[in-house]
Design a protein around this ligand. Structure first.
Ligand code: ADP
Ligand code: MG
Length: 366
């Protein structure tokens, strides 16, 4: 397995007089043995990035390096990167064992050695007992495992998965997340996983890279993205239910800085206020996570009132959707509460849990 590095990589698609700048100045390092997820909305350049790593697409500029060696000019075979797709594409007339061993046979690896490597992977994926079966007798989950094994049998430099769980749901999805995690741990493989689903990324990754409109916005652990999102977009993308955002105006009142969002006034920390004062800029966007809007006051919390619109049960917790003037606000509350639509309740927050973003650039200010 190898370290995968992208340095200032751009991809511009040319076609019918139109240009699409799909990936912009991308710098990304996936360390040897690391599991990195690339996340972002449809069209942000995830698949293009993967295809450039695999060699199915040429970078327009920039360098792609495996263990420090540039691979831009190498074709996909020479790069030895395994890519798993959502559909299994198994050979129907081959047994599971023959399917898994096929890439080795194609490389002239002797039968004994093939057999040994197929068995080892089959054990890891818990499919030893179905190796003699043909694909049409296998369940969806078994086929997926056979196809994972086939992709991994070559001992690739990196293993790349593009939305492989896209149309899988329920129990099977959970099982496959577990399989991938276990494979990663056992094989110590460099894995790059693409998804538009933050929960999948969080469940699997060492680090998460967030792409937005072809640019890398932030790459970090789940906690880094959650606690200090580089932009409003990251704050919105990571965390469930999504962050509440308010367009605010910074003002001085009674010797302290406050944030006005129409008739709702929010209280920043003195440090945040000092920063906003020094910037001399009045307009910001403030984010508060539903987890940080408490229904019971704690030491140092500030409160405001809001009216319950919707109460959704979520196991041990409830999601409240509330109204305050023209704002719709979500808060997490204990499920035991007797929350009823129409009730006015008090929400409490700690000023330090406020996230302040620049109104123009949407970058985190404080
Ligand atoms: N072969 C192609 N030719 C032209 N434009 C493309 C091609 N493939 C992707 N694009 C465009 O590049 C952008 C990024 O696409 P893609 O990498 O597939 O995004 P994602 O996987 O994040 O959904 C999109 O605007 C898409 O329409
Ligand atoms: Mg894609």
């Amino acid at each position: 397995m190898a370290e995968v590095r992208l340095a200032r990589v751009n991809k511009v698609y040319e076609g019918r007089g139109q240009q699409v700048h799909a990936v912009r100045d991308l710098d990304l390092v996936v360390e040897n043995g690391e599991f990195v997820s690339i996340v972002g909305p449809s069209g942000c350049g995830k698949s293009t990035t993967l295809r450039m790593i695999v060699g199915l697409e040429q970078a327009t500029s920039g360098e792609i390096l495996f263990d420090g060696a540039m691979v831009n000019e190498l074709d996909p075979q020479a790069r030895n990167v395994a890519m798993a797709f959502e559909n299994y594409a198994l050979y129907p007339n081959f047994s599971a064992e023959e399917n898994i061993g096929f890439p080795l046979e194609a490389r002239g690896i002797p039968k004994q050695e093939r057999r040994r490597r197929v068995r080892a992977l089959a054990e890891l994926l818990q499919i030893e007992n179905i190796l003699h079966q043909h694909p049409n007798t296998l369940s969806g989950g078994q086929k997926q495992r056979v196809s994972l094994a086939r992709a991994l049998i070559r001992e690739p430099a990196a293993f790349i998965l593009d939305e492989v769980l896209g149309h899988v749901d329920g129990h099977l999805r959970f099982q496959m997340l577990f399989d991938l995690k276990r494979l990663h741990q056992s094989l110590d493989s460099t894995m790059i996983f693409v998804t538009h689903d933050q929960m999948e990324a969080i469940a699997l990754s060492d680090r998460i890279a967030v792409l937005h409109q072809g640019r890398l916005v932030q790459c970090g652990t789940r906690d880094e993205l959650y606690d200090t999102p580089a932009t409003r977009f990251v704050a919105d993308f990571v965390g469930e239910p999504p962050t509440n955002f308010f367009e605010v105006r910074f003002a001085e009142e009674g010797g302290q800085g406050v944030l006005h969002a129409d008739d709702l006034t929010l209280q920043p920390t003195p440090e945040m206020a000092a920063l906003m004062r020094s910037r001399g800029d009045g307009r910001y966007v403030v984010g508060i996570r539903p987890q940080n809007l408490l229904c019971t006051p704690r030491a140092g919390t500030i409160s405001f009132d809001a009216t319950i619109d919707i109460h959704e049960y979520l196991g041990e917790r409830s999601i409240l959707t509330l109204r305050r003037g023209r704002h719709s606000i979500q808060a997490l509350a204990s499920a035991e509460g007797a929350w009823a639509p129409g009730d006015e309740i008090t929400l409490n927050y700690r000023p330090r849990d406020i996230m302040v973003f620049d109104a123009e650039t949407e970058a985190l200010v404080a």
